[in-house]
Design a protein around this ligand. Structure first.
Ligand SMILES: C[S@@+](CC[C@H](N)C(=O)[O-])C[C@H]1O[C@@H](n2cnc3c(N)ncnc32)[C@H](O)[C@@H]1O
Length: 344
C-alpha cells in the first residue's frame, strides 16, 4: 500500500522546508517517544516533529486505517458512508484514507486539540483534489473535556485514544458511539499496550449494546486477552526514499502492526471467523488460526482434498474473514475457550 501521489507530493513540499539535520533528530525523538508510549507529555511539539510524523508515521497510520476501512467496504458494500468524523485527527490521515475507500463521502469534520496540526491539515487538504473539499470542517477541541458535534455516518479515533486518560477515553467512546450513525472505528498500535486500549474500548462498546463488526466475530470476552496474548494485524506499506534515509532502513517497505475494533449500528455484522495469525501455507495444506463466532481460538488445517476450501485458504491472509464453517468440524484444535463474562 502507498499514499496517494498528490498527498506524497504535498508532504514532500512541507518537509523540504525543514532543515535535514533537524528532521533526522526529530524522527529519532518521535520514534523513541512512541516506542516508550509515554503520553504524559506531548510527543510532537515542533515543526520538525510534525514534518517527521508526516514522513515516517503518517504512511503507516494511513495504511492501517485503509486496511480497516476496506474491511468495512468489503463486508457492507450496500452501506454508503457519506460523512466522516475524525477525533484526534492530527494532519487528517483518516480523511485521505476514507476518500479512497468510500466514493459517496461528501462531508467531513476533523477534531484536533493542536492548532499546528489543524493548520497543516488544512494545507494538505487545500492542496488535494478531494471533490468535497469545501465540506471539510476542522474544529479545535480537547477530547478530554467532552465531544460536541453532529452525528456522522463514520466516526474514527485512530492512534489517539491511548493518549487520553482511561476515564476520558471511556467517556469519549460512549459519546462517539452515540454520534455514529453507521460505524465507529478505533485503531491503536499493535502492541500489548495498544491492544489493552482496544480491548477496554471493546468492553465499553459491548456494555453500551454496540454490535461489533470487526475483527471480533463474537461478543464474549476476547480469547486472545484470556490467553495472555494480544490481538493485532499487519499492513505492508511502501517507504519513500526519504523515509528510508530518516529511519536508516534498507527495505523498501515496512509492516505496520495495529489493533482495532469496529462497531456498527443496524446490526450488519458479517458472518465468519477471523484469521488472527499469518496462515501457514505448506505443500498440500494450509494452517489457519481462527477466532471463531463461539469466542474461541482454534487451529485449523485445510488440506488439498477439501478442494474449494483449500483454494480459499491458499488466498487467505492474516486479518481476513474466514467464511467456511470449519470451526464446527471434528478435529478442531481448540486453543482457548472464552469465558462468557462479557456478553451482549
Ligand atoms: C498519533 S496522532 C494520530 C493522528 C491521526 N489520527 C493519525 O492516525 O495519523 C494523535 C493525535 O491525537 C491528538 N490528541 C491527543 N490528545 C487529544 C485531545 N485530548 N484532544 C484532541 N486531540 C488530541 C494529538 O494532538 C494528535 O494529533
Amino acid at each position: 500500500m502507498r499514499l496517494p501521489a498528490e498527498l506524497l507530493d504535498a508532504i514532500q513540499r512541507v518537509t523540504d522546508k525543514v532543515d535535514r539535520r533537524k528532521l533526522a533528530q526529530a524522527t529519532a525523538q518521535i520514534t523513541e517517544h512512541y516506542q516508550a508510549a509515554d503520553f504524559s507529555a506531548p510527543a510532537i511539539t515542533t515543526e520538525a516533529h510534525r514534518a517527521a510524523y508526516l514522513t515516517v508515521r503518517l504512511p503507516a497510520t494511513y495504511a492501517a486505517i485503509r486496511h480497516v476501512f476496506s474491511e468495512i467496504r468489503r463486508h457492507s458494500a450496500d452501506v454508503e458512508v457519506c460523512s466522516l468524523l475524525d477525533l484526534g485527527a492530527g494532519p487528517g490521515t483518516a480523511l485521505f484514507a476514507a476518500a479512497e475507500e468510500f466514493p459517496a463521502l461528501a462531508q467531513a469534520t476533523l477534531i484536533e486539540a493542536d492548532e499546528h496540526w489543524i493548520t497543516l491539515g488544512k494545507l494538505l487538504t487545500a492542496e488535494s483534489s478531494l471533490p468535497f473539499a469545501p465540506n471539510i470542517q476542522w474544529l479545535k477541541q480537547d477530547l478530554r473535556s467532552g465531544l460536541s458535534c453532529q452525528p456522522h455516518d463514520l466516526l474514527i479515533i485512530s492512534y489517539a485514544l491511548g493518549e487520553l486518560p482511561q476515564p476520558a477515553a471511556e467517556a469519549l467512546i460512549r459519546k462517539a458511539w452515540n454520534s455514529a450513525q453507521k460505524f465507529l472505528v478505533i485503531i491503536e498500535p499493535g502492541t500489548r499496550r495498544g491492544f489493552a486500549t482496544i480491548n477496554a474500548a471493546r468492553t465499553t462498546l459491548i456494555t453500551n449494546a454496540a454490535t461489533l463488526f470487526a475483527p471480533c466475530p463474537h461478543h464474549v470476552a476476547c480469547p486472545m486477552a484470556l490467553a495472555g496474548d494480544w490481538c493485532h494485524f499487519s499492513q505492508r506499506v511502501e517507504r519513500t526514499a526519504q523515509h528510508r534515509q530518516l529511519k536508516g532502513g534498507a527495505l523498501g517497505y515496512e509492516d505496520e502492526k495495529f489493533s482495532y475494533v469496529v462497531a456498527c449500528k443496524d446490526g450488519v455484522k458479517p458472518a465468519g471467523a477471523r484469521i488472527v495469525r499469518h496462515p501457514g501455507k505448506h505443500s498440500g495444506h494450509v494452517q489457519l488460526t481462527l477466532c471463531t463466532p463461539a469466542g474461541r481460538l482454534e487451529n485449523k488445517t485445510v488440506t488439498r482434498s477439501s478442494k474449494t476450501l483449500y483454494k480459499q485458504a491458499r488466498k487467505a491472509e492474516w486479518g481476513d474473514l474466514w467464511k467456511g464453517d470449519l470451526w464446527n468440524d471434528v478435529g478442531a484444535d481448540v486453543l482457548s475457550t472464552a469465558r462468557p463474562d462479557v456478553t451482549e
